[in-house]
Design a protein around this ligand. Structure first.
Ligand code: 5GP
Ligand code: ZN
Length: 136
């Protein structure tokens, strides 16, 4: 289903033009208008889902094979040295467009970008408590 007021629904379904680098029945991959690096692309399902939580399982299962195909093309054609996949869910996590999308960010030596976090230093007890919380 499409959502009327969603810009990525319109882009994914071709109602708003975009620089499309891949398209199939379920997805469109477009160049990001505010790229982190050359070739920064967004893999967008044509069906609306706000985020990963809402994405139907069948569609979720199709995301990575498409990403893998596009990643191979990026490596071959852009000669990038690496690739970051980034996927934000919720405002707190940095999501600004509330239609699921996977960032594909080709990386180049000395590209000046940082996709990093400050590592914590949890004790074994803290790790154990989190493990319990997640598995019990
Ligand atoms: P988020 O922060 O939600 O994970 O990422 C949204 C991304 O969409 C941003 O990187 C932003 O540059 C990109 N973006 C927002 N609006 C448009 C648009 O209309 N067209 C394209 N190609 N990218 C967009
Ligand atoms: Zn949408």
């Amino acid at each position: 289903m499409k959502k009327d007021d969603c810009i990525f629904c319109k882009i994914a379904n071709g109602e708003i033009p975009s620089k499309t680098v891949y398209e199939d029945e379920y997805f469109r991959v477009i160049l990001d208008l505010g790229p982190a690096t050359k070739g920064h692309a967004l893999l967008i399902p044509k069906e609306h889902a706000d985020n990963l939580y809402e994405l139907p399982e069948e569609l979720a299962a199709k995301v990575l094979p498409v990403a893998k195909k596009v990643a191979a093309g990026m490596r071959q054609k852009l000669q990038c040295d690496g690739l970051n996949l980034v996927q934000n869910n919720g405002e707190t996590a940095g999501q600004t467009v509330m239609h699921f999308h996977l960032h594909m960010i080709p990386r180049y030596e000395n590209d000046g970008q940082q996709i990093e976090w400050v590592p914590g230093k949890p004790s074994q007890e803290e790790l154990e408590a989190i493990k319990k919380q997640l598995t019990e």
